[in-house]
Design a protein around this ligand. Structure first.
Ligand SMILES: Cc1cc2nc3c(=O)[nH]c(=O)nc-3n(C[C@H](O)[C@H](O)[C@H](O)COP(=O)(O)OP(=O)(O)OC[C@H]3O[C@@H](n4cnc5c(N)ncnc54)[C@H](O)[C@@H]3O)c2cc1C
Ligand code: SF4
Length: 330
């Protein structure tokens, strides 16, 4: 491993100042992704700025009736928080579906959003990869891609974003807050990740050196009745091969409100807006759910070895919406 410096930051402006003007420096959250990437030589930072002691570890209600979650809140504390479990249960379920207890104790909200893809070519520095070395090629397209993207990919990269938390946050219209040396900024989660296009190495709209300070959840009464369902190759301790975050309000047999997002299908958590549009105001029946799933997946472009995901995501959406409807009308 290349030599690097280490600083523990105790205030936000000091942390930001340490990264300002040093493109080789990186913030360190729980280190559960960054340190792995350093060991494999994908990341070679000059300086790690540890953010775990910054005063960003709280979860509090906002004046608007939502929640503000600090960037250094651990995944375990987020999933255990009473208000998160009561008002946004899909978020707690998504976090608990990820990694292991020990990893969740270390991993932070900011780090989870910025974790890198698990594409095997990306983490193997002996192989070309457009995301790691722009212009070097994408061996996944002809090679191993059974867990790669079916939506929104490009000929330059077909990797998926691995975060479970991010899928729930996409369904909740979460807003990411950040700080740079120039001041504060906000990005809706659905604009936070950049389309993959011809520059898969540019993953987010964050300005260089930005410190994520937290995530704001707007009030969403619909989310009190919600679910995160993840399919993986092992029963636990594995990344998703497909996941659905859903919140549903049904009145008199009609869908009044629905939030849907999909995971492990694209380079970012995928908000299923076509399905939402197809469902809102329609009867809450399996026929509507099937039509909505078809609408969302109409643009799916699977590769030779990941076509199974189209069926998987279709069935997952229908199943979760059916379960939520049955519970709402019980
Ligand atoms: C074996 C294993 C299994 C896993 N399974 C899952 C899973 O099933 N589902 C899932 O969602 N995840 C899974 N993970 C990933 C895990 O959730 C992430 O590694 C973790 O969330 C990253 O958080 P961290 O705080 O450790 O980030 P770090 O590793 O510290 O940082 C990750 C990136 O974020 C940057 N960063 C960190 N904090 C900030 C900040 N405040 N502002 C700006 N940049 C910041 C770092 O510079 C780095 O680039 C797994 C990980 C492992 C090792
Ligand atoms: S899919 Fe993306 S991350 Fe994987 S090899 Fe291709 S360019 Fe690299």
């Amino acid at each position: 491993m290349k030599e690097f410096g280490y600083r523990r930051a105790t205030d936000v402006s000091g942390a930001v100042a340490l990264l300002d003007g040093d493109p080789g420096a990186r913030f360190l959250g729980g280190g559960t992704n960054l340190v792995d990437l350093m060991k494999s030589g994908v990341e070679r930072p000059s300086l790690l700025v540890d953010v775990r002691e910054l005063p960003l570890g709280g979860i509090e209600s906002t004046a608007e009736g939502g929640l503000r979650i600090g960037a250094t809140v651990s995944n375990s504390d987020l999933a255990a928080d009473g208000e998160v479990r009561r008002r946004y249960p899909l978020l707690a379920q998504a976090v608990l579906a990820g990694a292991s207890g020990q990893l969740r104790n270390m991993a932070t909200v900011g780090g989870n959003l910025l974790q890198r893809t698990r594409c095997g070519y990306f983490t193997d520095v002996s192989r070309p990869c457009n995301k790691r070395v722009p212009g070097s090629g994408c061996p996944a397209i002809q090679g191993e891609h059974h867990n790669h993207a079916i939506l929104g990919a490009s000929p330059h990269c077909v990797a998926v974003h691995p975060s479970d938390m991010g899928v729930a946050l996409a369904a909740l219209d979460a807003v990411v807050t950040y700080r740079t040396a120039q001041g504060e900024g906000r990005l809706p989660l659905t604009d936070f990740y950049l389309p993959v296009g011809d520059s898969p190495h540019r993953e987010t709209a964050l300005p260089p050196g930005a410190l994520i300070t937290g995530v704001v959840l707007p009030p969403a009464p619909v989310a009190a009745h919600s679910r995160y369902r993840k399919v993986r190759e092992r029963a636990s301790y594995a990344f998703a091969i497909g996941s659905v975050a859903a919140a549903l309000a049904v009145e008199g047999g009609t869908v009044r409100q629905v939030r849907l997002a999909l995971g492990a299908v694209a380079s970012h958590p995928w908000r299923a807006r076509a399905a939402e549009a197809a469902l809102t105001g329609r009867p809450a029946t399996p026929a509507s759910f099937t039509a909505a799933a078809e609408a969302e997946l109409a643009t799916a472009a699977p590769l030779p070895h990941n076509g199974y995901k189209v069926t998987l995501l279709h069935n997952l959406m229908v199943a979760v919406l059916t379960e939520l409807t049955q519970e709402a009308t019980r």
